[in-house]
Ligand binder design. Structure first.
Ligand code: SAH
Ligand code: SF4
Ligand code: F3S
Length: 440
């Protein structure tokens, strides 16, 4: 086994896990292949939050069958949330898979690959819960200047549509000092930005300390020398005034918040088991803007949940009109076997859901553009990521508020000398999903 190829689906937690997978494979002496066709080991780190993610995995793994028949014998491993959910069953659908692993045993992947290779039969290992946090494993970060730092794993919320609690297990926080020590180390290695990860960061610490300690953690991480501190995901029922205060008072904490609303209708929110009302959500939004008038806010919305009427959808639109979102991730409800909502019927007709979805996307776009237009004429510090994918005479980076900014590469400079550094950019033009500016 000399080369590897890792493909990642799903959320930031999976991206982080993949950095650990790559770190382990490289520490075993494997090097990266440009494409699956030339790899000795192909790893799929999977997601099953919606049907679409499942389908993509099946398509991609099936297309690799040709490699197995063409004489080369790469090992194919499927891990992450689908591995955790399906275990042994996955081999019935995809018999040419060699290793199935789950969300709790990343660390065993090298050993599982080795036994599959030696035994020439598929190996399946799925555990109920994990002993360690993946952060204790080696990591190969995608960017030198950014690190994902998990502060908790799992989820206890059981929103009625959601598979995550079933595939990620119960909520477990990582000890406070372990998180701050890791951030100190990252800072000394030159990392400028960390993203603290958890399915519900606002309940961080409840299992360890008997009360949430997320606000304290934010302040402590900001004191480790990291320039920008981000975090996902916040739950509207658990975000506390103390957290809002810590965000507002700590300059290193980015004034950007992802606060999934899912629906604006109290009836649907109840059926979703979200634990808040539209009024509560909007009061949180108001107190956020009171303390942080420049805050960038994003959300997730599900359209077409069972029982959703025109009035329910209108309540969602009302929230989107009021909340001044910078961005919203919009999803069509996808029933997931084993969740409580999968037993509900009365799913709105496909065309109705489609129409609602399109109207929602329109509203989100106008809101995003309104927020961006307000940037024109002001100067912001961006963390330069590299050349723009659309135009290689332009640099791209992000503001603390997570806005993508493109600006011309200053004459006589190279992208290598600027990537991974801060630069001041004056914004000259606003588009829906990005800003255009000029250095200085
Ligand atoms: N823990 C996070 C993210 C969970 S998954 C949170 O609570 O916000 C990311 C998003 O996927 C969710 O916010 C939700 O909008 C969407 N999602 C989850 N399950 C879904 C389903 N069955 N159908 C459609 N969208 C879903
Ligand atoms: Fe899923 Fe709800 Fe947990 Fe988020 S909080 S991961 S939506 S169960
Ligand atoms: Fe998907 Fe698993 Fe994340 S189901 S959204 S990769 S926790």
């Amino acid at each position: 086994m000399k080369t590897y190829f890792v493909r990642t689906f799903g959320c930031q937690m999976n991206k982080h896990d993949s950095e650990r997978i790559v770190g382990m494979l490289e520490s075993q002496g494997l090097s990266r292949a440009e494409e699956p066709d030339s790899a000795d080991v192909i790893v799929f780190n999977t997601c099953c939050v919606r049907e679409h993610a499942d389908e993509r995995l099946r398509g991609q793994v099936s297309s690799l069958k040709r490699l197995k028949t063409a004489g080369a014998t790469p090992l194919i491993a499927v891990g992450g949330c689908i591995g955790q959910r399906d275990g042994e069953r996955l081999l019935e659908q995809l018999p040419h898979v060699d290793v199935v692993f789950g969300t709790h045993n990343l660390a065993h992947l090298p050993a599982l690959l080795e036994s599959a290779r030696a035994a020439r039969t598929p190996v399946v290992e799925v555990l109920e819960a994990s002993a360690d946090f993946a952060s204790d494993l080696p990591s190969k970060r995608e960017h030198d200047w950014h690190a994902w730092v998990p502060i908790m794993v799992g989820c206890d919320n059981f929103c009625s549509y959601c598979i995550v609690p079933f595939v990620r297990g119960r909520e477990r926080s990582r000890p406070f000092e372990q998180v701050t020590r890791e951030c100190e180390k990252l800072s000394s290695e030159g990392v400028l930005e960390v993203t603290l990860l958890g399915q519900n960061v606002n309940s961080y610490g409840r299992d360890l300390y008997g009360e949430p300690r997320f606000a304290d953690l934010l302040r402590a991480v900001a004191a480790t020398g990291i320039a920008r501190v981000r975090f996902v995901t916040s739950h509207p029922k658990d975000i506390s005034p103390a957290t809002i205060e810590a965000m507002a008072e700590t300059p290193e904490v980015c004034q950007y918040l992802h606060l999934p609303v899912q629906s604006g209708s109290d009836r649907i929110l109840e059926a979703m088991n979200r634990g808040y009302t539209q009024a509560h959500y909007m009061s949180v939004v108001e107190s956020l803007y009171d303390r942080m008038p420049e805050l960038a806010l994003s959300t997730d919305v599900i359209v077409g949940f069972p029982g959703e009427t025109d009035d329910d959808f209108e309540a969602t639109m009302e929230v989107v009109r009021q909340a001044r979102y910078d961005q919203a991730f919009t999803f069509i409800y996808s029933p997931r076997e084993g969740t409580a909502a999968a037993r509900l019927d009365d799913t709105p007709p496909r065309e109705v859901t489609r129409e609602r979805f399109d109207a929602l996307v329109q509203e989100v776009q106008s809101s995003a553009l309104r927020k961006n237009v307000a940037y024109v004429g002001s100067t912001h510090s961006i963390l330069v990521e590299g050349l723009s994918k659309r135009d290689d005479s332009m640099l791209s980076g992000r503001t603390a508020s997570n806005k993508v900014v493109h600006a011309p590469l200053p004459p006589g400079t190279s992208v290598e000398s600027l990537a991974g550094r801060f630069a001041d950019v004056t914004i000259e033009e606003a588009q829906t999903w990005f800003l255009l500016g000029r250095g200085g």
